[in-house]
Design a protein around this ligand. Structure first.
Ligand code: HEC
Length: 502
């Protein structure tokens, strides 16, 4: 709780992205270093051991990907598997919010809101423990201290837990070396015979790639680059029913599950199909691959009704983009004014290769607050979902400001040729700058209710400040004593807000 009621930090301006060459050297040094450690007789002046202290962390934060059949390039389950990588693990976990960090999630820890749903990051303490263990020779310790081994189903896991409904596409085939493909795949029928609402959705690719043969990034393991999709109801003759289309968050490689606000479930209409109405982009990963798209839906109970409308604040810029060749700190800016009180439930920077970082800021009157600043690694598309108590609650008139920081220099391994000027466009070698986050429009009543609930939930005093809620702590402007006459002109929500505020 205290982290949500914290200080508000302004943007950092200098990027500290490591030069590619340095990174490679460091990697090699790290590997050599770890090899050296295990053959050396360094005496440990700490009690941290693999089995007792480090294996539980790796089980919790890494092996869901780093296991046979997982998305990670090598398993990190046993001591024998982890120890050759100890130095590299220390390096990658220490990158925190920079491209290349492990686990892949890039929230800046000294900047903006800190509480997010399904945040897979290591804590500061865990990062420090890993570093200390490696620096002390990465000792194995007593195997009897090991945590109980985890078991996994074959293939990828659902990161959001077991879904209520799982549907699967027809097979999608990409040959080795085949050029990129954009198009529409056959609709996927969803077995629901009445309107339901979903609280979360997750999309994953299941394929026949032999991961022991592929040791590259996520891009090498999958063929579906992204899919814009929706659900739509169909009649008995197989014709789409007009106006029944409900858009879903875009699926992109490496994405986390989308968790919707509890009051803004998305409609899954009866007799629906998942339609890739707006194209799916496939790319070859170098081997003949047959893949399926699987969609997991997580349902609200029957009878659930949403309270909020989804609004789409258009934040980003697809035109005015000019990134000089070799430049390191080009900034792109975009502004949007909120027309209604708005709750932001997710932030999702969408950049391409040169993207290094993106920040979202709210400007209301004299308040300028950083909501989120995140690093960017073009290997991973991460959507950052705010915890319920940390979702920004912004009054109408707030200006949202997104800033992208672009690194088009040699230091960025995702840039194919840093001599090139970079402009906007759809292809991966051209650029985008968009916030694909989720925003919900509120009525004034709902806005007051949410602020009252926030004050109550966080038990705020007048001296606290809440990032992302500029009116939560505004000085009292209502009359000091509420008369019955005052109440008559107020809505129940305003009265409740007033009472909590007192
Ligand atoms: C969501 C899946 C996922 C999680 C969770 C994850 N990794 Fe990774 N890891 C990958 C993938 C995929 C790569 C390949 C590089 C890339 O695509 O970024 C990788 C690369 C690495 C590498 C570099 C390997 C090399 O040879 O360059 C190390 C080291 C590593 N991970 C360690 C970890 C550790 C330690 C954790 C937990 C603290 C972790 N990873 C969590 C998927 C994951």
């Amino acid at each position: 709780m205290s982290s949500a009621v914290g200080k508000i930090f302004r943007n950092k301006t200098n990027l500290e992205v490591m030069r590619c060459a340095e990174m490679n050297i460091l990697k090699q040094v790290a590997v050599l270093f770890s090899g050296f450690l295990f053959s050396s007789f360094l005496s440990a002046d700490t009690d941290l051991t693999f089995h007792k202290d480090i294996q539980p962390i790796i089980q919790e934060k890494c092996v869901n990907c780093h296991r046979v059949g997982g998305a990670g390039p090598m398993p990190l389950v046993s001591f024998e598997e982890v120890s050759p990588f100890a130095g590299l693990i220390m390096y990658k976990t220490g990158l925190k919010d920079k491209a290349g960090a492990m686990p892949p999630y890039y929230i800046e820890r000294d900047n903006g809101i800190q509480d997010y749903k399904s945040n897979p990051s290591l804590s500061e303490e865990q990062i420090a423990m890993i570093a200390e263990w490696v620096e002390n020779g990465a000792p194995r310790g007593n195997p009897q201290d090991a945590p109980e081994a985890l078991t996994f189903e074959d293939g990828p896991v659902w990161r959001g837990g077991a879904p209520d409904i799982v549907v699967r596409s027809a097979p999608i085939v990409m040959k080795a070396g085949q050029p990129d493909w954009w198009g529409v795949i056959p609709d996927i029928e969803i077995p629901v015979d009445e309107d339901r609402y979903i609280r979360s959705v997750e999309v994953r690719e299941v394929n026949d790639v032999d991961r022991s043969e592929i040791s590259t990034s996520v891009g090498g393991q999958f063929i579906v680059h992204h899919m814009q999709w929706a659900v739509q109801s169909f009649d008995g003759d197989g014709n789409p029913i007009e106006d029944s289309l409900v858009n879903m968050p875009i699926h992109e490689l490496g994405r986390m599950p989308d968790i919707f606000d509890p009051k803004a479930g998305r409609l899954l209409p009866a007799n629906a199909r998942a339609v890739s109405n707006n194209t799916i982009h496939l790319h070859s990963n170098g081997v003949d691959t047959t893949a399926f798209i699987e969609i997991g839906f997580y349902l609200h109970p029957k009878g659930y009704e949403p309270e909020y409308d989804i609004s789409r604040v258009s934040l980003g810029d697809g035109i005015n983009m000019s990134i000089p060749g070799g430049s390191k700190d080009t900034e792109l800016h975009s502004y949007a004014v909120l027309k209604k009180p708005t709750k932001i439930t997710a932030f999702e920077p969408h950049l391409h290769g040169p993207g290094a970082r993106m920040c979202l800021e709210a400007i209301w009157g004299a308040n300028i607050e950083t909501l989120s600043c995140v690093g960017y690694d073009h290997n991973w598309v991460i959507n950052y979902t705010y915890d319920d108590h940390s979702q920004p609650l912004l009054p109408a008139g707030t200006i949202l400001h997104a800033t992208a920081y672009m690194d088009n220099s040699q230091a960025n391994p995702s840039v194919p040729d840093p001599r090139n000027w970079q402009g906007a466009g759809n292809r991966s070698v051209t650029n985008m700058f968009i916030d694909l986050g989720i925003q919900l429009e509120m009525t004034d009543d709902q806005f007051f209710e949410e602020m009252a609930a926030r004050r109550e939930m966080l038990n705020l005093s007048k001296n606290d400040s809440v990032p992302g809620c500029p009116l939560c702590m505004m000085p009292i402007v209502n009359p000091l004593v509420l008369t019955e006459a005052d109440k008559e002109s107020m809505t129940p929500a305003e009265i409740k807000y007033w009472e909590v505020k007192k």
